[in-house]
Write a protein of this length. Structure first.
Length: 683
């Protein structure tokens, strides 16, 4: 059976593993929190990079490991299935405050035992005054902290959960092996000049990398040993052979390069897993899996070592394992990213680095295996280009028709030229992958946070522009305005007022991001992730210090469609047709369109004004002009890595609000598009 003829089938083994996961209630695991607390307490004098390497090493050495019945791909994030580990170094106040509320959540609920709650109440007080969120808040000025706390700008996810939004170089791990990378780091250690501060910092970074890579190898060896023990204990001959193969795979990839597709896939999963144990960030993605694993797959078929059916089942098992990686967020942050997603994106298709069609038999196998399970992980993205085959596009459409929203598409014809304009080298631009939900970056060469640094609530900003800069929700005027709407004689006056406000809040966004990024750099460097991104090893720098080849980031702007609709309604109904006076509109916004007169006005705003996204240039271009005030202001700023090594170091805009339209809407009163107070804004 060739890959293109595989049906979207599920074996009994995979069905059982899927059912077991879905039938298991999410809970919480304290092991990581216990070990990290112990290491941080005992190793306080160590540099933070070394301390974090030791903490990860001890966790991988001591955490409970297991191999569940029937699984072929092994490795676990926590002591029990669907048990979210705790990352106390980021934040603890929300954990202690919400412990008894986890199971009462209307969504994304967790069900920790009373024993687990008791252990967390014992462990977490150590971290008071030491957490990332406390240090990040302390770096903000009083004004920036007030703006952040008001909800106009929110960066809580970065402060409680770290970065993520990255794909590392799985190719490096597969081509060099853990032992090969380690040998290279030891060579770099021998070249350091420790007479200067740069050399001293490099020495500590390389020391942390050695500790981390040795721990990765030891962790994999633990599964080799466990698989062997389980093989000896089982009376099932078939399962014994499977366990012995798992042991052999782990024995090989603990230090050496993989020889088979099975081994390469297992090492890929181990790397992904440990990245998720190291850091609390989400959107840690797997890059172009059909490219870096294709050679292993084709060689296995050529040598008769595997079949499409066997590889298909291994991929299905891997997707279930990805779904098993679980994290818990604060309820306020959860509302910005609802559904417990970790956005572990797998990208297939597209073009090779020299511009040829990259679709191969493994592309089909990945597509079909994801489609067969209809799970929320991994996120699956297909890179479209003009030369893609009709057959592959038809197969993609067949999977979409299964009704679970995948695959998503990224358009090479748009993305690649845009990357080239940013200064990305041609071969790298052709090698981009999807990150998280819809972002893009160059796997293994791009720094953290290609998007998602913070959320800016555009409708709060517009309401400030209408009210002389006054923010009704906080009762504060953070930026003095140009008068109220009643004082603006022309629509251009309103656009000038918007321009003033949005430029102020754009600057505030960058200021808040700078505090957050500085806190992340100084307190929670991620060693394994930095090891597997060029050019961190060459420079002797972590990602946050400027180790990546490229480093462009963005925040997310929420309420964009509402902004276009509100501006269009004001222009037409207040200034052009004069069907609503400025005073009447402000009064209606103040009282949330109460009464018959309020409803009449809502009817006009909603039904008698043009709308964004309906092929009406008057609205679309109006929104473009309003958005350009933000984009133009943003172009004046750089991130904290600018000038420290990476190409770029700049910002761009980001329109992916995820589920932030709901909590952002809950933080803004009535708006001039006819939306009532505290209702969701548009996605």
């Amino acid at each position: 059976m060739v890959a293109t003829e595989l049906e979207l089938h599920v074996t009994d083994r995979i069905a059982d593993l899927k059912k077991k996961f879905l039938d298991t209630k999410p809970t919480v695991c304290v092991e990581r929190a216990e070990i990290y607390t112990e290491v941080y307490r005992d190793q306080e004098a160590e540099p933070v990079v070394v301390k974090r390497a030791i903490a990860l090493s001890e966790t991988l050495k001591r955490m409970t490991i297991r191999i569940d019945d029937g699984e072929l791909i092994v490795g676990n994030q926590s002591s029990r299935l669907r048990a979210a580990p705790i990352f106390p170094e980021y934040a603890v106040d929300w954990i202690l405050g919400e412990l008894d509320e986890f199971e009462k959540r209307p969504g994304d609920a967790f069900f920790p035992s009373e024993e687990t709650k008791s252990e967390l109440r014992r462990i977490l007080p150590y971290w008071k005054g030491k957490t990332l969120i406390e240090k990040g808040n302390a770096l903000m000025s009083d004004l920036m902290r007030q703006i952040h706390d008001s909800g106009i700008i929110r960066a809580e996810g970065n402060l409680t959960s770290g970065d993520g939004h990255i794909a590392v170089s799985f190719e490096m791990a597969l081509s060099q092996g853990i032992g090969g990378i380690l040998a290279g780091v030891r060579r770099l250690q021998g070249r350091i000049d420790e007479t200067g501060q740069t050399g001293l910092r490099q020495a500590q970074f390389y020391r942390s990398v050695v500790i981390t890579l040795e721990a990765v190898s030891q962790f994999i060896r633990r599964f080799e040993k466990l698989a062997g023990e389980l093989a000896d204990a089982t009376s099932d001959d078939t399962r014994r052979r499977e366990l012995l193969q798992i042991a052999a795979n782990c024995g090989r990839i603990a230090e050496e390069t993989p020889e088979t597709f099975y081994q390469a896939l297992q090492l890929t999963y181990f790397i992904q897993l440990i990245l998720q144990i190291e850091s609390n960030g989400h959107s840690v993605s797997l890059g172009r899996m059909d490219q870096y694993l294709a050679g292993f797959y084709s060689r296995d078929l050529d040598r008769g070592l595997s079949t499409p059916e066997a590889a298909y089942e291994l991929l299905q098992n891997t997707w279930i394992k990805l779904l098993g990686i679980t994290k818990i967020r604060s309820w306020t942050h959860t509302r910005f990213s609802a559904g417990s997603p970790l956005y572990q994106n797998v990208t297939i298709g597209g073009q090779t680095r020299d511009g040829k069609d990259a679709v191969n038999p493994l592309s089909y196998l990945i597509l079909d295996s994801v489609g067969s399970l209809k799970l929320t992980q991994p996120n699956l993205s297909v890179r479209y280009h003009r030369g893609i085959s009709d057959d592959f596009m038809a197969r993609c459409i067949d999977v979409i028709a299964r009704g679970f929203g995948m695959p998503a598409f990224n358009n090479d014809e748009i993305v690649i030229p845009s990357l080239l304009k940013l200064g990305v080298e041609r071969e790298d631009a052709y090698d981009y992958s999807a990150i998280g939900c819809i972002e893009i970056a160059i796997p293994g060469k791009w720094g953290y946070r290609c998007t998602g640094m913070s959320f800016l609530n555009f409708m709060r900003v517009l309401n400030c522009a209408l009210r002389d800069g006054h923010d009704r929700e906080s009762g504060r005027t953070y930026c003095a305005g140009n008068g109220t709407l009643e004082e603006m004689s022309t629509f251009d006056d309103l656009m000038t007022a918007w321009d003033r406000q949005v430029r102020f809040y754009t600057r505030a966004t960058v200021a808040i991001d700078t505090a957050v990024d500085t806190a992340l750099e100084e307190n929670v460097p991620d060693i394994l992730c930095s090891t597997l991104v060029d050019n961190c090893l060459e420079r002797g720098k972590t990602l946050k210090e400027g180790g990546a080849k490229y480093d462009f980031i963005s925040g997310l702007q929420v309420g964009i469609a509402n902004l276009g609709n509100a501006l269009a309604a004001i222009r037409q109904l207040v200034y052009e047709e004069k069907r609503i006076s400025a005073h009447e509109l402000l009064e209606a916004l103040e009282n949330d369109f109460e009464g018959a007169e309020g409803e009449r006005m809502r009817h006009l705003l909603i039904n008698h004004a043009p709308k964004f996204g309906n092929d009406d240039d008057s609205v679309d271009l109006l929104l473009r002009d309003a958005y350009m005030s933000f984009i133009d202001e943003l172009s004046h700023y750089t991130n904290t890595r600018y000038g420290r090594g990476p190409i770029g170091g700049r910002y761009y805009a980001g329109t992916s609000s995820i589920s932030a339209n709901v909590p952002s809407g809950a933080a803004v009163s009535a708006t001039a598009d006819g939306r009532k107070a505290f209702r969701p804004v548009a996605e």
